[in-house]
Write a protein that binds this ligand. Structure first.
Ligand code: PLP
Length: 222
């Protein structure tokens, strides 16, 4: 099956309240164009170099999401055009995003990444760390970013009970933070969780944004 058909089939199986981020990492611009032609506008990449190489070769009508681990010193390269940064895990990074967004006279949406998996190799904040970050007084002066929600990745496992428990924990964090910090902020609403292998469970547990690569573009060769 082609990418356009994959995309259409996939979209027909998810509720239209859930936003699809088509993860195009390692895939050529031609593949992205096919998905674009089928109507997809939101794409995700996880490497800065790859994103800044691809973006200028495609229409600027695409909404680019950076979904990988973000290094502070690389924010400047994507700040001119990136719509959302999914994996913010430190105050220092938020500060740099605000600085670079200001330079570009833009507002960049950010999600706080939580560590919900059992693998220690995965990045992300604990609830306590996120609360400390959100209690930082400097944050109210960051006018060029918007904390739009949270993101997390479940453990890579066949154990669906475990995956469900991890996503449920993330949804609980969302509830706690909404109540504690964003009660009146309508933009704080996104829970980015779910990939090709676990998106169904993620949607059942309240995901608003799924990040899907393989199921749309096929397997990746690294
Ligand atoms: C690669 C990647 C995805 C998509 O993975 P698939 O299993 O191919 O759907 C989602 N989120 C992040 C952070 C990724 O790096």
């Amino acid at each position: 099956m082609g990418i356009e058909q994959n995309l259409r089939n996939f979209l027909s199986t998810i509720p239209d309240t859930v936003q699809l981020v088509a993860v195009s990492k390692t895939k050529p611009k031609e593949d992205i164009q096919l998905a674009y032609d089928a109507g997809q506008r939101v794409f995700g990449e996880n490497k800065v170099q790859e994103l800044i190489a691809k973006a200028p070769q495609l229409t600027n009508d695409i909404e680019w999401h950076f979904i990988g681990h973000m290094q502070t010193n690389k924010v400047k390269f994507i700040a001119p055009f990136v719509k959302m940064i999914h994996a913010v895990d430190s105050f220092k990074l938020l500060k740099e995003i605000n600085k670079q967004a200001t330079k570009n006279d833009r507002i960049i949406d950010c999600l706080l990444q939580f560590h919900i998996a059992e693998e220690t190799t995965k990045f992300g904040l604990s609830l306590k760390e996120a609360e400390d970050l959100l209690n930082n007084n400097e944050l109210s002066g960051f006018n060029n970013l918007r904390i739009a929600g949270i993101m997390g990745m479940a453990t890579y496992t066949d154990n669906t009970h475990q995956i469900r428990a991890e996503f449920r924990k993330l949804a609980e964090y969302m509830y706690v933070l909404k109540k504690g910090f964003f009660e009146n902020e309508s933009y704080f609403k996104e829970i980015s969780m779910g990939m090709s292998g676990d998106y169904k469970i993620a949607i059942e547990e309240g995901s608003t944004m799924i990040r899907i690569g393989t199921k749309i573009f096929g397997g990746r060769n690294y």
